[in-house]
Design a binder for this molecule. Structure first.
Ligand SMILES: Nc1ncnc2c1ncn2[C@@H]1O[C@H](COP(=O)(O)OP(=O)(O)O)[C@@H](O)[C@H]1O
Ligand SMILES: [Mg+2]
Length: 360
């Protein structure tokens, strides 16, 4: 009898042992598989990080200080004074495309940090977001502008998910805390997002909600409890920019912001932008080329684009400088139209397009 019991114990031990041995082996096999998969992905990422195309000319000629922004003296003065003092204000910049709105917003924070009264610290962040891509899903699971909560049900087997801890994910408004949030194309922001943004401007914090949050849940770390109870900090100044007209921007936003207008660029300004880019990038042009480009560029961005295409053309063909024929060829191959209105500094005279001979 004893021998039988001992034998059956041996069989059970063997079966159970074999079961765990096989499981362990499978698990370590999966782990090995994962590790080699991670390694392959990491190597691929590393390889991608080592590939760099040269910086586009549009980037290398981007103004790096206020003094490099041409032809927007009034707009810049208004922008600087709105942010300079002890109590900086929210701002909306209106203006046509390609006249320096984004360029100005990108350099203004560094400029106003020089103010002796400024509440912006040396480290104050400048966060840029494009309102035309700032969509949030209807349940608010992801909201790159305002922030969201990753609930345990969506976290899977990670530490937060397993312990039932909802995880707050800060949005652009919290990353801009203490600095400036630049919201390009603010006119494209969906209404729902806009209302949330207005609430944040009012409260200077983001209040988050989750049905998984309970103040009595001892597993929830203190910093997450603090985030749910006191909100995420979001004290910043907003700079919005738009090509839309003021009437199309909701009154609720307009009334909270100083409204600033950037002008269409004058011909002289476009010539100065071309000159500035030429010097920065070491581009040679024959006499009359810059004037020819200025006749067809509606704005600073067009001017830089035409100059870049003409530069690429002459470099491809091994010539040292851009000729009038090169500029004309680029202009006609990209089908630029002569600018309808040419603003000039001599009293803001506008030259009628019909007076200008077509390019042959
Ligand atoms: N007023 C300007 N002064 C200097 N460069 C300008 C100006 N306007 C446009 N540019 C050139 O055109 C590019 C695009 O301008 P950007 O500021 O993005 O235009 P916007 O935001 O008004 O559409 C800039 O990087 C710069 O090279
Ligand atoms: Mg812009």
């Amino acid at each position: 009898m004893d021998a039988l019991i001992a034998f059956s114990q041996l069989v059970v031990t063997f079966v159970v042992g074999t079961y765990f041995f096989v499981r362990l082996k499978n698990e370590s096999g999966t782990e090995k598989q994962f590790k080699s998969e991670y390694k392959r992905e990491a190597e691929l990422l590393n390889k991608m990080r080592h590939i760099h195309l040269s910086e586009p000319m549009t980037e290398s000629v981007r103004p790096s200080s206020v003094s490099e922004i041409i032809g927007q003296e009034d707009g810049l003065r208004a922008l600087k004074s709105a942010l300079w003092g002890k109590y900086p204000q929210h701002v909306i910049i209106y203006g046509p495309p390609g006249v320096g709105k984004t360029a100005a917003a990108r350099v203004i924070l560094e400029e106003v940090k020089k103010s002796p009264m400024t509440p912006f610290s040396k480290e104050a962040p400048f966060i840029e977001a494009d309102a035309s891509v700032m969509r949030c899903d209807e349940h608010g699971f992801t909201d790159p502008l305002i922030g969201s909560v990753h609930d345990p049900i969506y976290q899977g087997s990670g530490a937060f998910g397993q312990n039932g801890i909802p995880q707050p994910m800060p949005g652009a408004v919290s990353r801009a805390h203490g600095g400036v949030l630049f919201l390009d194309e603010i006119g494209e922001l969906p209404n729902e997002q806009l209302n949330k943004l207005l609430k944040v401007l009012e409260d200077r914090r983001v209040l988050l909600e989750s049905s998984y949050y309970s103040s009595s849940n001892k597993k929830i770390p203190a910093y997450i409890r603090d985030m749910f109870e006191n909100g995420l900090p979001a004290d910043f100044r907003l700079i919005g920019a738009t090509t839309r007209s003021p009437e199309t921007i909701p009154e609720a936003v307009r009334s909270r912001c100083v409204e600033i207008y950037f002008n269409p660029l004058m011909r002289e300004d476009i010539l100065s932008i071309i000159k500035q880019a030429q010097i920065r990038c070491g581009i040679l042009t024959d006499k009359g080329v810059n004037e020819c480009i200025a006749d067809y560029a509606k704005n600073g961005r067009d001017a830089i684009k035409i100059l870049q295409s003409a530069t690429n053309l002459v470099r491809m063909e091994g010539r040292p400088s851009i000729s009038i024929d090169d500029a004309k060829w680029v202009i006609s191959s990209s089908r630029y139209k002569r600018t309808k209105e040419l603003y000039t500094k001599d009293g803001g005279k506008i030259i009628d397009i019909s007076l200008i001979k077509p390019l042959n």
